[in-house]
Design a protein around this ligand. Structure first.
Ligand code: FPP
Length: 246
């Protein structure tokens, strides 16, 4: 029996977030430059995006570039930006064919102009697609996102647009980059690292975690299915008792 056939389509994560890690180690193991790891990582991006759309996952968020990644050697940052631009150009057709809307979170003003323009163009062209929302976290950091929300909310309080008494979780949600996305149900991190690395800290409050030793360029459909099967075996209690859930 195929792994795919054992997945319950009625209990899929509504929002799957992936920390794609291990591109560098994958390349090193093969005696190749880190850039090859990233290049092969884009193949796993395509496989995963298509598999999620076919499965019926409504929201997929990929951690493609963190605020901290700007500190990497310039050559590597340039490689990642070039890969982003070429992927956006090459994958527009796949996004349209699969009815996928492209979205992004992060301080995209920091991206090279060409990358930002291409990103906004693909987002515009796919804005009416409705099968799945693919969100790329680019120049993204969760603390920066929260700080940004605090600044906007503080200004609104100062200008009497929002009262302090009316502040609640939904107001914070509305001021995050993810305001149009549901909370994360499942986080997958590849490459054997067990860290969250400043990713969606607010949004993962009740998420399940799945860690695999597979390096991102080796991550294929069956690895995704294994993660979802593991998720479906968990009992999500959201603070309640097991009896209350049943
Ligand atoms: C982590 O591997 C991966 C990244 C920092 C970038 C992820 C980018 C891609 C998969 C390719 C481009 C993406 C898109 C959406 C076009 P690492 O370099 O930290 O690996 P290491 O920990 O083994 O060094």
């Amino acid at each position: 029996m195929k792994l795919l056939d054992t997945i319950n389509k009625d209990n899929l994560p509504k929002h799957l977030a992936i920390i794609m890690d291990g591109n560098g180690r994958w390349a090193k193991q093969k005696g190749l430059l880190r850039a090859f790891g990233h290049e092969n990582g884009t193949k796993s991006v395509r496989v995963t995006v298509e598999a999620c759309a076919k499965l019926g996952i409504e929201n997929l968020t990929l951690y493609a570039f963190s605020t901290e990644n700007w500190k990497r050697p310039k050559l590597e940052v340039d490689t990642l930006m070039k890969l982003l631009i070429s992927s956006l150009k090459n994958e527009l057709e796949t996004l349209q064919k699969n009815n996928i809307r492209l979205n992004c979170i992060g301080t995209i003003d920091l991206l090279p102009a060409k990358a930002k323009t291409e990103l906004l163009a693909v987002m515009e062209k796919t804005k009416n697609n409705s099968r799945m929302t693919l969100t790329l976290a680019l120049s993204y950091g969760s603390r920066e996102e929260l700080l940004n929300a605090v600044k906007i909310i503080s200004n609104k309080v100062k200008n009497n647009i929002i009262s302090i008494d009316s502040l609640d979780e939904s107001i914070i949600n509305q001021h995050l980059y993810t305001h149009n996305l549901p909370d994360v149900d499942l986080v997958i991190r590849t490459s054997g690292e067990h860290r969250i690395s400043n990713f969606l800290l607010w949004q993962i409050a009740y998420a399940e975690f799945y860690f695999t030793d597979v390096l991102w360029p080796d991550f294929k459909e069956d690895d995704l299915y294994e993660a979802i099967i593991s998720y479906q075996k968990r009992e999500r209690r959201f603070g309640k008792t097991s009896e209350q859930i049943k």
